[in-house]
Design a protein around this ligand. Structure first.
Ligand SMILES: NC(=O)c1ccc[n+]([C@@H]2O[C@H](COP(=O)([O-])OP(=O)(O)OC[C@H]3O[C@@H](n4cnc5c(N)ncnc54)[C@H](OP(=O)(O)O)[C@@H]3O)[C@@H](O)[C@H]2O)c1
Length: 270
């Protein structure tokens, strides 16, 4: 039997990108999926596809905005009541932001980014923990390499992803011996719509990616690596050899990493 057969997995941000691909991989294993995001029509399409292609799985859509504490509370309560418990919570919902700090004209989005990327995950985790404890379950969080290394032009995003990673690291220690594990994944650049839909310095959607995407990982590959880390209940998964090398370099020569990050942005024409 595959590791997630029959398991109840709640995924936030399942309407697109990495979350949707992860849902499809879990459906192949016959998981019971609670799929949450704001765009219900996209979730409904995914649910229909899962029911068509993976009849052994189960999937239900929940329209949710994780930037609302009440919505997170309601989501987890409804999912637990519907499926009779929760085995895995995947905190994947996230919003991107790009703009040099001194060019930002509307700082309101810094709060929104924090509410979605950090508070939303924290609120869902708090609500789900009693259920996860009952099943010796798993908390998963999707941070980013920008949550390990501060990335120029991404002060709001990096701050939120560092916050998420720090929260998870502390929680993992607190949960030692409880049977609940915490797995944090740190993807590099993944080919999704996240940067196009993310905030620009004026607080409006950027409408374009400001990174070089020619060697971006596919969302499918990212989800595949995530699933393997989840099955192994790994503490962390830093994606790509470049990402792992960057972390070593940050310890040994942090100034060099700063210069490389700036150069990468310049090569992308920013
Ligand atoms: N793509 C990358 O290069 C990359 C790299 C590192 C980390 N990540 C992280 O990976 C995660 C998934 O991103 P992605 O690349 O797959 O981007 P994506 O395709 O834009 O997906 C983001 C998902 O989050 C959901 N979401 C956004 N705001 C939400 C809110 N307020 N409430 C509920 N759901 C919300 C979106 O659904 P709705 O719009 O329907 O709500 C969507 O399903 C994010 O946490 C992102 O920061 C991505």
């Amino acid at each position: 039997m595959a590791p997630f057969t029959g398991k109840v997995v709640l995924i936030t941000g399942a309407s697109d990108g990495i979350g949707a691909e992860l849902a499809l991989l879990l459906a192949q294993q016959g998981a019971r999926l609670a799929l949450a995001a704001r765009r219900l029509e996209r979730l409904d399409e995914l649910v229909a596809r899962i029911r068509r292609e993976h009849p052994a799985a189960d999937a239900v859509a929940w329209r949710t905005d994780v930037s609302s504490e009440d919505a997170c509370r309601q989501l987890v309560a409804e999912v637990a009541a519907h499926f009779g418990g929760i085995d895995v919570l995947v905190n994947n919902a996230g919003v991107s932001a790009h703009g040099y700090f001194e060019q930002v004209s509307d700082f309101a989005y810094y709060e929104t980014v924090m509410r979605v990327n950090y508070f939303g995950a924290m609120w869902c985790t708090r609500e789900a923990l009693p259920h996860l404890r009952q099943r010796r379950g798993l908390v998963v969080a999707v941070s980013s390499l920008a949550g390990k290394v501060g990335v120029p032009g991404r002060t709001a995003y990096s701050a939120s992803k560092f916050a998420l990673a720090g929260f998870c690291e502390a929680l993992r220690c607190e949960l030692r011996g409880s049977g609940v594990d915490v797995c944090v994944v740190f993807p590099g650049v993944v080919a999704t719509a996240t940067r196009v839909a993310g905030f620009g310095p004026d607080g409006r959607p950027l409408g374009e990616s400001r990174l070089r995407e020619d060697d971006a990982m596919s969302a499918q590959e990212c989800a595949r690596q995530m699933l393997a880390a989840m099955a192994a209940r790994r503490r962390e998964l830093v994606m790509t050899a470049k990402g792992r090398l960057g972390l070593w370099l940050k310890l040994l020569a942090p100034g060099l990493v700063d210069r490389m990050a700036l150069r990468a942005l310049k090569q992308a024409g920013r």
